[in-house]
Design a protein around this ligand. Structure first.
Ligand SMILES: Nc1ncnc2c1ncn2[C@@H]1O[C@H](COP(=O)(O)OP(=O)(O)OP(=O)(O)O)[C@@H](O)[C@H]1O
Ligand SMILES: [Mg+2]
Length: 263
């Protein structure tokens, strides 16, 4: 089976006073069709940088990237944005209030990828596609005419998810999609994502610093620390038998799990 996404030896330097720092430092991984890959690590470990490189929103400093069997290493953000592959990859951002245009009603936000990347047929059917995506994402239809500031955090997260799924992409990258939500809403959004995988067969990369959450949703896990992958493997195996010291520390820091490990 061909991976949906392969990243090899990815490096990203950011300039800092007096030199540069590697926010992502020699990271390699594959994502297979239909799987949910969780990326965990503490704040500043490079998760957002890595996801933005995968979505070609920022350029990497070194390394190679394949998406759906195509080498996109040299497709800069601008070129990728115009490529036919672009519609197959969507991203849900860390902060939906910042990523949603305040002047777009929910329906316009959700329909935006259709307008920009859809076929003629899809554009003609935009209203139907928007409604379908909203229903899939659990956003009540009556809220489609609301502006972002008129919606709750959970509703905004759903607008963002509906926008990401409206063109039924092959890969959806979610960067802390639930970090602003309370526990019950988080659980709701997680269920929505699992339903979407079942119904649409999407592949997900789910980025979070919340190990408990990642454990619920991921098939495989990538543990990042200071820009490096310190461990990757089947999620359950990583949780039951962590190999890296850093992973052990992360797991021990989860209240319930920490207790059961030391019991
Ligand atoms: N545009 C930038 N310029 C310079 N340094 C940056 C830039 N963006 C990120 N960094 C640095 O790169 C490192 C990784 O940041 P990144 O946002 O990828 O971490 P993260 O794992 O997503 O953290 P969080 O869990 O807080 O979202 C951090 O040290 C950060 O300060
Ligand atoms: Mg981040």
């Amino acid at each position: 089976m061909t991976p949906i996404l392969s990243m090899r030896s990815i490096i990203k330097y950011y300039p800092v006073a007096g030199g540069q720092v590697a926010a992502v430092n020699d990271v390699s991984f594959d994502v297979m069709p239909g799987e949910i890959l969780g990326i965990v690590g503490e704040s500043g470990s490079g998760k957002t940088t890595l996801s933005r490189i995968a979505a070609r929103l920022i350029d990497h400093s070194d390394g190679r990237i394949w998406f759906d069997g195509h080498d996109i290493t040299h497709q800069t953000g601008r070129r990728f944005a115009r490529s036919p592959l672009r519609r197959q990859l969507q991203m849900v951002f860390q902060d939906p209030l910042a990523s949603l245009n305040p002047r777009f009603r929910a329906a316009e936000a959700i329909g935006d990828p259709v307008r920009r990347l859809g076929t003629d047929d899809e554009r003609r059917n935009r209203t139907a596609l928007v409604t379908q995506a909203a229903v899939h994402a659990g956003l009540p239809e009556r809220l489609l005419s609301s502006y972002p500031h008129q919606l709750s955090g959970g509703q905004r997260a759903r607008v963002d998810i509906a926008r990401a799924i409206v063109l039924k992409p092959k890969l959806i990258l979610l960067d802390e999609p639930t970090s602003a939500l309370d526990a019950s809403l988080q659980a709701h959004v997680i269920r929505t994502l699992l339903d979407l995988r079942r119904d649409l067969g999407c592949t997900f990369i789910f980025v979070s610093h919340d190990l408990n959450l990642v454990r619920l949703i991921s098939d495989r896990l990538l543990v990042m620390h200071q820009g490096k992958v310190v461990e990757q493997g089947i999620a359950q195996e990583v949780f039951e038998n962590p190999q890296a010291d850093y992973t052990r520390k992360l797991i021990a820091a989860i209240p319930q799990l920490g207790r059961s490990l030391t019991a």
